[in-house]
Design a protein around this ligand. Sequence first.
Ligand code: ATP
Length: 367
Amino acid sequence: MVEVKLDRITKRFGNFEAVKELTLDIKDGEFLVLLGPSGCGKTTTLRMIAGLETPTEGRIYFGDRDVTYLPPKDRNISMVFQSYAVWPHMKVYDNIAFPLKVKKYPENEIKERVKWAAELLQIEELLDRYPAQLSGGQRQRVAVARAIVVEPDVLLMDEPLSNLDAKLRVAMRAEIKKLQTKLKVTTIYVTHDQVEAMTMGDRIAVMNQGRLLQVGPPTEVYLKPNSLFVATFIGAPEMNIVDATVVENDGLFLEGDGFKILLPDDFREILESYIGKDVLFGVRPEHMTVKGVSTLEHVTRTAEIEGIVDFIEALGTDTIVHAKVGGNIIKIKLPGHIPLPVGEKIKIEIDLDNIHVFDRDTEKAII
Ligand code: ATP
C-alpha cells in the first residue's frame, strides 16, 4: 500500500496538451476514480502513474519516493485493461502465475498465491482452462487475479468493465469494490461511466480537456458540483439548466422564461454582485416535484413555478415528467408510476437548498 502524489503533471504530445498541470493526492488504500469524457486525458494520466508514459513536466511520488522516471517494473504496480490482455496460449493458472514467475518467486509460493487469488475471484474451477474456453466475465476475473497476485502497492484499472454486458458489469462493479475494500490496495480506476464512478469511488476526480475540475466523495461531487461541466456530466437524467437573471425587487429573485423564484435571504450575500446579471440556473430532476402528486422528503424551503406536462417517461420504478416552463422543457423525476396527462397544467415545487447557480462566462458554480 502506498500514497500516490501527482504534482503539477503535464503531458504534451507535440503541441497538444493531453494533461494540464494536474495535482492530485491519492490516499493510502483509497479507491480513486478518474472520471471524464473520451479524450479528456484519463488514460494518459494512468499511463504516467504506471510508468508507460513520462510526464513532460511535474513529478509523481509513491509515498516519499519520486517515481517520475522509474520504469513500470520498478514501481510495484499492476494494471487491468478493458481488453483483459490475458495470454491465449497459457492456461488460467499460468496466466495468473506469470507475474510471479517473472519476479522469480519459488514454485511453492507461486502455487499458494495463485490459489489465494483464484479463490478471491472465485475462479478455482477454471485454472486448467485456456482463455478461449472462458466467458468475457471470467476472462476479466483472470485479469484481475493476475493483477492482485503480486500484491501491488498500486492497482491501476482502465475501463476494466467496458467489454462486459450491462448485467455482468453491475455484478463485477460490486465485486471489484468489495475486493478492493478487503485488500485495501491503493486503486486508481479510469472510467467515463458516471454510475460506475458514483458507486465505486471513495473519491471521484472529474477531468475535462486535460484538466482536473473537481475531486471529492461521490455525494459531494453530485450535490455540490463546482462547475457547469461537473454538474451536467454526473447524474441521469442530467441537471436541468436554464437561463435566468438575478433580480432585486423587494426581495431577491431568480427570473427567467416562465418563472420567478423568491430566494431566501441567506442567498443575498453570495449573489449580491450578480444582481442585474444573467446566470445559469440548475436543478436536478429529483430536487423538484409536482404538487398534489408527490412530495419532497426532508425539505424545508421550497419555491413554486408553473408548467405544462409535455411528455411522460415511465421507467417502472420512476417517472420522468417533461414539463414546459416558458420556452424550456425541464425534467422532473418522481418516484413510482405517475401517469399525468399530457397538456395538464402543473405546479412544480423546487427544493431551494438544492438549486445551483453558475456564472455564465466562467461556468463556475456560484451556489
Ligand atoms: P478514452 O476514454 O477515449 O480512452 P481518455 O480520457 O483516456 O479517453 P487519453 O487516452 O488520455 O484520453 O487521451 C487524451 C488525448 O491525448 C486525446 O486527445 C488523445 O488523442 C491524445 N493522445 C493520447 N496518446 C497520444 C499519443 N501517443 N500521441 C498523440 N496524442 C495522444
